[in-house]
Design a protein around this ligand. Structure first.
Ligand code: NAD
Length: 479
């Protein structure tokens, strides 16, 4: 496939097929055709990456913050020049519509530029000393080499949130992007390489995920682990990290409530609901997945929402008219069918959708369900797909209790024109990100992350830089 990326691993400043001889097919989820074969790392390759990250850390952290900024901005410029190429790679491997892939690349560039700037502001502080003649300084230092693992749903964004944050702080990083969507990460890494990043500051590896993480986290070299993916794998990695006391940032699952009060702009809420729910075929960790609508406006919201869901054109992401692409793999179709069957067996009913579309490609219809009890699996487990259960609620207390019943607390959305109610909801919802009357919860400059079972530690904003810094206190007395 000529449009697709030439796949390899990036270790110690060189592109390599590794020494294991193992390969894994990368599949286009829209056609089920093999795009390319991805080389996988063996233990020797991972050892090389670890040693390279140690040297890369010395080189990169030894440069001035201003010099690091120049390299990162050059990388962002290269990404900008290659925007369309990278977007097509992203669409081919992840299935998302080109328009979404282009937006993702723009976000990747935005994050890179923002962190290029912000790396200069890793300020410490001076503490007025209680010891006469002493200067007391709080210094911020990069934590050291980082090991990162990310999911496939945003092949560029998940990668850059870790890479740009780590590099801005002066850390080196070994990243294992998803074996299902390696091309976007590789295309981004090429931009950093050509921008003049020192060898070893960024290493990209692929492999058998559990073997790679056990190997990297078993080493004393990485000082930090950053993971974006599911809750069970996050818990597993935190346990592995504990053995060598590495600090962790865990961006895990969500199950966002989307709460519409009867005083909201119902049509605007329904429009946004459909956009957010079916973007990337629902494979978004902050995607709304439980729709609570106040009883008086339930029918109006449902009619508008379901009409939009029915009108979505589903197809290959490369087709410019496509609004929703396929799911990433056959296992996600199985998951959708299981959730739908469970909901229906518990009294839920279809408003629209509910089944696989076609026999080639992993397409599933935009699905709206009603009368789904809170006990149904889809109300408790993150669907990570295009299924929207819409249920009624009576008052604020009722909906807060139901929204907070599910443990992962990543995003929540509230629609109301009542300011007092809006701030009460923002305070009481158990979530790391709350959108009120809109969805602007993810930007390069704002902290992004969950609470409770959704993990901890932010990416984005100054908080995302802090997670790659450590504190040193120096108290100095001079003659
Ligand atoms: P997953 O946890 O199985 O896989 C996610 C990634 O982790 C994949 O790239 C996989 O290769 C890798 N992985 C799997 N096992 C690993 C191991 N033992 N060591 C190292 N890496 C390993 O999740 P999934 O079901 O494929 O992805 C969807 C999940 O990711 C959802 O729960 C979603 O909410 C979550 N997610 C969260 C965010 C966020 O920012 N909070 C963003 C995207 C996805």
């Amino acid at each position: 496939m000529s449009d697709y990326e030439d796949l390899g691993m990036f270790i110690d400043g060189e592109w390599t097929a590794g020494s294991s001889g193992e390969r894994q097919a990368v599949v286009d989820p829209a056609t089920e055709e093999v795009l390319a074969e991805l080389p996988l790392a063996g233990a020797a390759d991972l050892d090389r990456a670890l040693e390279a990250s140690r040297r890369g850390f010395a080189a990169w952290s030894g440069m001035s913050a201003l010099a690091r900024q120049v390299v990162m901005e050059r990388a962002a410029r290269l990404m900008d020049e290659r925007r369309e190429t990278i977007a097509r790679i992203c669409t081919l491997e992840a299935g998302k519509p080109l328009v979404e892939a282009r937006q993702e690349v723009d976000f990747v560039i935005g994050v890179t530029r923002w962190y290029a700037e912000e790396g200069k502001r890793a300020y410490g502080r001076i503490i007025p000393s209680r010891f006469p003649g002493a200067t007391q300084m709080v210094m911020k230092e990069p934590v050291g080499p980082v090991a990162a693992f990310v999911a496939w749903n945003f092949p560029g964004l998940n990668v850059i949130r870790k890479v740009a944050g780590a590099l801005a702080a002066g850390c080196s990083i070994i990243i294992k992007a998803s074996e299902e969507t390696p091309g976007t990460c590789i295309a981004i890494a090429r931009c950093f390489e050509e921008a003049g990043l020192p060898a070893g500051a960024l290493n990209v590896v692929f492999g058998v995920p559990d073997a790679v993480s056990r190997h990297l986290l078993g080493s004393p070299i990485p000082q930090k682990v950053s993971f974006t993916g599911s809750v069970p794998i996050g818990i597993h990695l935190q346990k592995l990290a504990a053995e060598t006391l590495k600090r962790c940032t865990l961006e895990l699952g969500g199950h966002a409530p989307f709460i519409v009060f009867d005083d909201a702009d119902i049509d605007a809420a329904a429009r946004l609901a459909a956009f957010l729910k079916f973007r990337n075929a629902g494979q978004v960790c902050v995607c709304p997945s439980r729709f609570f609508v106040q009883r008086a406006v339930f029918d109006r919201f449902l009619d508008a929402f379901a009409a939009r869901a029915q009108a979505i054109s589903v197809g290959c992401g490369l087709d410019e008219t496509t609004e929703m692409g396929p799911l990433i793999a056959a296992r996600r179709i199985d998951a959708m069918e299981r959730l739908v069957q469970d909901a229906v067996s518990r009294g839920g009913a279809f408003c629209t959708g509910g089944e696989r579309l076609g026999r080639r490609g992993f397409f599933f219809a935009p699905t709206v369900l009603v009368d789904v009890p809170d006990e149904a699996a889809v109300m408790r487990e993150e669907p990570f797909g295009p299924i929207a259960p819409v249920v009624r609620f009576d008052d604020g207390e009722d909906v807060i209790a139901r929204a907070n019943r599910v443990n992962p607390g990543l995003a929540a959305y509230v629609f109301t024109r009542n300011g007092a109610r809006a701030s009460m909801m923002a305070r009481r919802l158990e979530a790391g990100l709350v959108g009120i009357n809109h969805a602007g919860i993810s930007t390069p400059e704002s902290p992004f992350g969950g609470v409770n079972g959704s993990g901890y530690g932010s990416e984005g904003g100054i908080e995302g830089l802090e997670t790659f810094l450590r504190v040193k206190f120096v108290s100095e007395l001079r003659d």
